[in-house]
Design a protein around this ligand. Sequence first.
Ligand SMILES: [Zn+2]
Length: 450
Amino acid sequence: MEKWRYLNLSLMGRIATIKMNILPKMLFLFQTIPILRSPQLFKNWNKDLAKFIWQGKKPRIKLLNLTDEKKRGGFGLPDLKLYYEASTMVWIKDWSNLKKTKILTLEGFDLRGGWHSYLWYDRKRIEKSFGNHFIRSALIKTWEKYKNRIYQKTPLWVSPLEAIQRRELAWEKWPTYKDVLQKVNGNYTLKNQEEINKTFKNVSWFQYRQLKESFNKDKIIGFMEKESFWDKIIHLEKKETARIYKVLLEWSTETEMVKDCMTKWASNIGHPIKMEDWERNWNKRLKYTYAYELKENWYKMMYRWYLTPQKLARCYKNLQNNCWKCETQEGSFFHMWWSCKIAKKFWTKIHGKIQEILGIKFQMKPEYFLLGMPDFEMDLSKDILFNYLVTAARMIYAKNWKLKEIPQIEDWFLKLLDIMNMDILTQYLKRNQGLPKKSADWTLLKEYFK
Ligand SMILES: [Zn+2]
């Protein structure tokens, strides 16, 4: 039990460890040698990370939820594969904007077409030698995975002349569609040669004809109207990897917008929980405190972490599925936390005390206590205090999780004092370091204790 609790407390700590110690080393690796072609490698790394996070025990939260961004209710665990892909996309950026001329010439010395012929016109399929190059083939693989997702139509950064004529004309600057197209009555048309020659003097009548040919082909699928995220990325000079990673992560987790646990909660409390209510907790309430221990308690409630008699009985045939407290009903997650008549005794007391401390009246709904989602009006300082009061109650309840007895109100008071002292100390230290912090106002609780 002691060991199990130790594991509980450090889940977020372990994730932070990975983020601070392992990720920078991996990023360095990805940026220097972007040629990890074996998916097995990532599987092995993920396995090692999982072993570290779960300490060899069975995972209780899906990897996809762990890697999701915090603002979407995830834990922000780095997804190494996506970081790898983001790093390779940074190289692709140079092929898109054609800026680093020297490097491009070196990397593409044996190519017959221009870079854009491979990136956009699928020349790789007819020219096999493109993929013979170790690095190129690894990079283009990532690009092709995401290309169609980013562009359903021809991007405006494409330069058809570069695609066809890179070998013949060693130009420094290539006219892109953005340079040579204009909008007439809402449709893209090709500027005339005279107009183009104003900025690109060396476009001859022959190249203009090639341009026209490409334009006629490409206008069939049309041109991107809106700037995509990639159009923005190719003009960035720094932090591209992080920006790309963020987008790739959003795509990889979009099927998990509504997480399984969220659906289960809604069915337990008997009405849907709005996305904005979840978001308020992820983006606002979880930031009230610096203490990992308190944040982690909330995550564990959301993800329904605690093992129940019902679950254990499914794994071990010799175990009963009855509730450890009333010993009569089946011990489901919601029963154990709320609908059990013994659990109710505990929450009724807590409900009464919170109303006294805050000097307000409110109903007794499970989402107020278990998820810290009050739907009644309170000012910010009461909302913060309410959050601490229910979190403390859940923490002492979790401590008695497997016991028959429910915690005493005195245990709750002690926990609250603990949290309060720790919070006041943290605030004091942060202030000394000059870091501003919206601080909790403990006056109401102090007055109550008098
Ligand atoms: Zn029960």
